[in-house]
Design a protein around this ligand. Structure first.
Ligand code: RP5
Length: 165
């Protein structure tokens, strides 16, 4: 089972690298593609319709501005679709957030936050969906969380030392 990460432009990719990195850390196969709801509408539909044959079970769609990619993908699949609103100027993501989150009833997009948390959380949410039927992945997710907890506790200990000194 794999994840497809679609982005509206290659200009989105630098901010999406943490998404790819997190999926790789969790050993989840991922196809990453530049496909735009506006600039390549036919190719988006072709991709979404052919993806299940290749094992794709969750779509992550990142787009900025008038961000219609996640909605269009959801309109063509019954698999879960997660939307990442990109924080582009001049509106810094509010435009993409509203375009992605305000879907009409019947066409659900699980929308992540705009900003740096969105790409990582999209990967983790996709992992949680796949882990429902993959106990080995559920184990890796549990280890991921433990290691995050350990890091925060280490940072807290370092802060306490600094404050004493
Ligand atoms: C959106 O338009 C893309 O997702 C990107 O965030 C934004 C700008 O794209 P470029 O003009 O940089 O290609 O569709």
């Amino acid at each position: 089972m794999s994840v497809a990460l679609l982005m509206g432009s290659d200009s989105d990719f630098p901010r999406l690298e943490p998404c790819v990195k997190t999926l790789r850390e969790l050993e989840i196969p991922c196809e990453a593609r530049v496909l735009s709801a506006h600039r390549t509408p036919h190719q988006v539909v072709e991709f979404v319709e052919s993806a299940p044959k290749r094992g794709v079970r969750v779509f992550i769609c990142a787009a900025g501005g008038a961000a219609h990619l996640a909605g269009v993908v959801t309109a063509h699949t019954d698999f879960p679709v997660l939307g990442i609103p990109m924080d582009n100027p001049p509106l810094n993501g509010l435009d993409a957030l509203l375009s992605t989150v305000q879907m009409p009833g019947g066409i659900p997009v699980g929308t992540l936050g705009t900003g740096s948390g969105g790409p990582v959380n999209a990967a983790l949410l996709a992992a949680r969906i796949l882990a429902l039927s993959d106990p080995a992945l559920a184990e890796r997710l549990a280890r991921y969380r433990s290691s995050m907890t350990k890091k925060v506790l280490e940072r807290d200990a370092a802060l306490q030392l600094k404050l004493k000194g």
